[in-house]
Design a protein around this ligand. Structure first.
Ligand SMILES: [Zn+2]
Length: 425
């Protein structure tokens, strides 16, 4: 790092301070517009307490960075002529990609939060070695980024969501038991195949999904919530007092490996009786539709939604064995949920992934067991609710993280007037 020469005892890091102040004011302006909608320069000045000339200069810079645009006219509410409204730009955006055991999910959105791309494809991560997975992931990223560009949105960053322990600062997946990954430098590897200016992040899928849930979901704004990914693996994203709980090393939320049954089945992590061996999708499928269990596939592996649809079809036909299997998974869901309630006292436990699709059948037995096992009587005020964000919650959260980073420091974004992408080749 280059330090400035100090001219004398009275010298302070004024230019640095001014840059930091400028950056903070750019962020404040952008955040104000995001929270309150399009505003005139005069209205922004009045609300933030910044000088009008300062706001004009800040808006000019945000316009040149293409993070905002001018729209129509807007009355400032004060006397005087109406000013042009300043709105967030739909020309700049981000992509989130989730890689999971049996699917890839993509979400692309612009700075206004508008969804530009949302898709999921079945993907056999277990049937590919790490290198092949990373090649496929890179190609999926290239295609998604190129599609965003085709739709008129310049991507500034990408976050990869992974079901496992992630060293977020280095972009390394430390351990993802269900993918069979250990110490995989995902960010570095992806950077080789993508535009060098693109910011690339890697994070835990449940953490990203919890952020998406807190921002856009069914329990948005609930300051104490737990989000559970309902996939082959089960992860938890814990929001406490409005902030994501990460722990000392960023590895909190591995709730799928809560050891609940010492005499239980072997888990993907190598231990026995983990919560996900009771409530993970593979276990539900094994119990409810053993003929369609994981590992028995002939040909392409089914999408998780197809497996759940089959369970729902059999429930619809009144299959008692399937109903019993689902209720048993629900009871275990309540059992682990009680531990989370004892630890974190959340107001809601949001059920994501397959849990959401089977929520009507899982929640009654889960809620009953939660009430029975949680110590505090306030457990009655914690409810399981089904997420509306589906299997793309983590990808959506991934795009959201990039947008949040952009709003936190608008100067970190350098946008070429004509975007070029390695992806477009
Ligand atoms: Zn485990």
């Amino acid at each position: 790092m280059v330090s400035k020469e100090r001219a004398g005892a009275g010298s302070v890091d004024e230019p640095t301070d001014q840059l930091a102040l400028r950056r903070a004011n750019l962020s404040r302006t952008l955040r104000h517009i995001r929270t309150n909608g399009p505003r005139s320069r005069a209205a922004i000045a009045a609300a933030t307490g910044l000088h009008k000339a300062t706001v004009s200069s800040l808006v000019d810079e945000l316009l040149s960075r293409r993070l905002v645009r001018e729209i129509g006219t807007e009355h400032s509410g004060a006397a005087g002529r109406p000013g042009r409204g300043i709105a967030l730009s739909p020309d700049v955006g981000a992509v989130g990609i989730e890689i999971n055991v049996d699917y890839l999910a993509v979400h692309g959105s612009d700075l206004t939060g508008r969804t530009v791309i949302e898709k999921r494809v079945s993907f056999d991560a277990k049937g590919r070695d790490v290198e092949r997975c990373l090649d496929d992931l890179t190609q999926a990223a290239q295609r998604s980024l190129a599609e965003l560009v085709r739709r008129g949105v310049t991507p500034v960053g990408l976050t990869v969501a992974v079901p496992g322990l992630v060293d977020v600062a280095r972009g390394v997946v430390v351990l993802a038991p269900n993918l069979g990954w250990r110490d995989v430098p995902v960010a570095t590897r992806l950077a080789h195949g993508l535009d060098p200016d693109l910011w690339i992040g890697v994070d835990n899928d449940a953490n990203l999904a919890a952020l998406a849930e807190y921002t856009w979901g069914v329990a948005a704004g609930t300051d104490d919530l737990v989000y559970l990914t309902g996939e082959v693996g089960v992860g938890g994203g814990v929001i406490v007092n409005g902030r994501l709980l990460r722990g000392a090393d960023g590895f909190s939320g591995e709730v799928g490996h809560l050891p609940l049954d010492p005499g239980g089945d072997l888990c993907g992590c190598g231990r026995v009786g983990c919560w996900e061996t009771k409530v993970g999708l593979a276990e539900l499928v094994r119990r409810a539709t053993p003929d369609a269990a994981y590992g028995l596939e002939q040909g392409p592996i089914p999408d998780p939604e197809e497996r759940v649809a089959e369970v729902l079809r059999r429930l619809g036909r009144g299959d008692k064995a399937v109903a019993a299997a689902v209720a048993e998974v629900g009871r275990w869901l309540g059992h682990g949920g009680a531990i989370l309630v004892n630890l974190f006292n959340p107001r809601v436990i949001v059920l994501g992934g397959y849990f959401a699709e089977l929520a009507d059948h899982l929640i009654p037995s889960a809620q009953a067991n939660l009430a029975r096992l949680a110590v505090a009587s306030t457990a009655a005020r914690c409810h399981f609710v089904a997420s509306h964000l589906g299997f793309t919650a983590a990808a959506r959260g991934g795009a959201g993280v990039v947008v949040e980073r952009m709003i936190e420091d608008p100067t970190a974004v350098s946008l070429a007037p004509a975007p070029t992408l390695a992806a477009a080749r």
